[in-house]
Design a protein around this ligand. Structure first.
Ligand SMILES: NC(=O)C1=CN([C@@H]2O[C@H](COP(=O)(O)OP(=O)(O)OC[C@H]3O[C@@H](n4cnc5c(N)ncnc54)[C@H](O)[C@@H]3O)[C@@H](O)[C@H]2O)C=CC1
Ligand SMILES: O=C(O)[C@H]1O[C@H](OP(=O)(O)OP(=O)(O)OC[C@H]2O[C@@H](n3ccc(=O)[nH]c3=O)[C@H](O)[C@@H]2O)[C@H](O)[C@@H](O)[C@@H]1O
Length: 543
């Protein structure tokens, strides 16, 4: 991907200067892409090694296209990284907060400690008008609290130096200049022309906006440069104007901008991820029913997808959803709804989560059924560790969760993944990893495909069939051409598809609850509550 024409505008003095706080999957991508769009950008993180790697032109995770853009924009001088909050406070007109909001260790709720600590560190250093923009995914009501913190702690909101604990002071400080900001902003920004930083001065102090992010890992660059919508949660026209100036090149593409209040902006994000999770669990629930009558969920999904009211996106059945967002976001949403007294409205998300979990068990059942009900001491080649292809992210990865379940039955599991094994080794050390499909295939009793990497989908069943001990493949992502594999002599099984040979599971009787030769006196039945180190999965959930 080439850098854009907007490079010529670099440092033209008319665009707001941007900072990005937290340079993980979201923040690093945002920093690089905003520099690519022509802004001067300074990224900060508390993780010094991450900052060193980014400064050296190295992306600390796997994301297609991002490394080239990082290096080009470092070279242009528009993009820099630091560990100094003093430096970013001095530099920035618009500060994007992109720190993590993981699931709390003690429940479903979101852990906001990183967010609170970033804001509390930044706020006392903000001595001139600027806009703080939350991009992290947060429970509804969080932004209002952050606005109060900024109002209390940012010196720019207390020109006389007097501390204030007045809720909303940041907004109040700025609304005095609303009229001018309103007149100055939308058109200039909307047309993508250069935008004078006076728009930022119109803020009158430190203000907050909430701007949730919708990028997908694996497509993060394209999603950031060409999003399908922008959502601006603001409390004043001046904040909207400043945000429009920070997104001027994107808005100029005709991307829709939805301007709303904080709470609605926060909810758009969690509602979107809940809807996506619901779609996936819906089709996986259909897979469960298909299994009971030996029907075909792929054909069913295809037939549904032709109805434009339903559509085919996010209707791929398989081993379920994972990653650093969908699972923790639907749980945090439930927790917040409970706190708000509307828990009943989101109770269905518990079922969405439950359907998702059962898919992991079902894959184990299929492997066991294909191996005569016994998994202990079976040698299994697991294809995939990442939660999806084109990512090295193993947070709540269904692939690793299944690898863990298989290991607990006493099977000898070796996992191959093109880019994620370094993360997987840390998250699930009790499993063996390899870089070579061929090496592990030699002597394998079954192949289990759990992440649909292209290179796995393109494996030659004839050649692989000559290496393995038994030609058994479980295609948990429907990535393989089942007919081709069967023709090459394989027993091919996939969840939700007719097996012809595998009876539907009897709920109370799990074939993989193995017999006396398995590790453990009573056989090792995978236990949902046991933790998979470092993976935020079904692990540690409150009952
Ligand atoms: N990963 C994704 O694709 C997307 C993530 N999100 C949301 O964005 C947020 C960040 O997610 P990821 O980037 O995946 O997480 P991440 O864990 O990859 O990155 C978070 C970064 O914040 C840094 N950090 C933590 N505390 C800090 C502090 N006090 N000051 C400065 N930096 C600090 C961490 O060192 C880390 O580098 C989450 O709320 C997530 O839900 C939203 C859309 C997409
Ligand atoms: O909030 C976030 O962080 C992001 O979460 C998801 O993006 P991401 O987690 O990168 O991945 P998805 O493409 O949504 O896939 C999530 C999981 O669902 C699975 N999936 C997806 C689609 C499908 O049809 N079936 C299915 O099982 C994937 O394999 C993966 O494990 C959303 O798609 C993004 O819009 C959002 O910004």
């Amino acid at each position: 991907m080439s850098t854009s024409d907007s490079h010529e505008d670099a440092a033209d003095g008319h665009r707001p200067r941007l900072t990005v706080i937290g340079t993980g999957y979201l923040g690093a991508t945002h920093a690089v892409c905003m520099a690519e769009l022509g802004f001067e950008v300074l990224g900060v993180d508390v993780d010094q090694s991450k900052i060193e790697r980014l400064s050296a032109g190295e992306i600390p995770f796997y994301e297609p296209d991002l490394a080239d853009l990082l290096r080009a924009n470092l070279a242009s001088g528009r993009l820099r990284f630091t560990t100094s909050f003093e430096e970013i406070a001095e530099f920035g007109d618009v500060h994007f907060v992109c720190v993590g909001t993981p699931q709390r260790a003690d429940g479903y709720g979101a852990d906001l400690s990183h967010l609170n600590s970033a804001v509390e560190r930044l706020a006392p250093l903000l001595r001139r008008p600027c806009l703080v923009v939350g991009k992290s995914t947060v429970p509804a009501g969080t932004a209002a609290g952050i606005a109060r913190t900024l109002a209390r702690l940012a010196p720019a909101n207390h020109p006389t130096g007097a501390a204030s604990a007045t809720p909303g002071a940041a907004v109040l400080a700025a609304t005095g200049t609303n009229g001018r900001a309103q007149a100055a902003t939308p058109d200039a920004a909307g047309q993508g022309g250069t935008v004078d930083v006076d728009i930022v001065r119109e803020l009158g102090g430190v203000q907050l906006a909430w701007n949730p992010e919708f990028l997908r890992e694996g497509f993060a660059v394209a999603d950031t440069l060409h999003p399908d919508r922008l959502v601006f949660g603001v409390a004043s026209p001046a904040a909207e104007g400043a945000l429009r100036s920070a997104f001027a090149p994107v808005i100029a593409q005709g991307v829709p901008v939805i301007v709303t209040d904080y709470a609605t902006a926060e909810l758009v994000k969690t509602a979107a991820n809940s809807f996506l999770a619901t779609k996936i669990s819906f089709i996986n629930a259909m897979a469960e029913v298909c299994e009971a009558v030996d029907a075909d969920v792929l054909t069913l999904a295809e037939a549904l997808s032709h109805d434009v009211r339903i559509g085919g996106n996010f209707l791929r059945p398989g081993v379920g959803f994972g990653g650093g967002c969908l699972p923790k976001d639907i749980r945090a949403f439930q927790a917040r709804a409970d706190e708000l007294g509307v828990g009943a409205a989101l109770r269905f998300l518990r079922e969405i989560d439950g359907i998702n979990d059962r898919r992991r068990d079902r894959v184990v059942e299929l492997v066991a059924a294909a191996l005569d009900g016994t998994l202990a001491h079976r040698r299994l080649l697991v294809l995939g560790a990442a939660f999806k292809p084109n990512s090295d992210d193993v947070r709540d990865s269904p692939a690793l969760a299944v690898a863990d379940l298989l290991t607990r039955t006493g099977a000898e599991v070796t996992v191959v993944d093109p880019v994620a094994t370094h993360n997987a080794r840390r998250a699930l050390p009790q499993v063996t990893y390899s870089e070579s499909v061929d090496e592990v295939a030699a002597g394998a009793d079954a192949v289990v495909l759990l992440t649909e990497w292209r290179q796995f989908a393109e494996l030659d069943p004839v050649r692989l069939g000559q290496l393995v001990r038994r030609r058994v493949v479980v295609d948990a992502r429907h990535a393989l051409d089942g007919d081709r594999w069967r023709q090459a002599g394989w027993v091919y099984l996939a969840p939700g598809r007719p097996t012809g040979v595998i009876p539907s599971p009897v709920p109370e009787q799990r074939p993989w609850a193995v017999g006396p030769d398995a590790a453990g006196s009573d056989g090792v039945t995978p236990v949902r509550d046991q933790s998979i180190a470092g993976i935020e999965t079904s692990v540690g959930r409150p009952s």
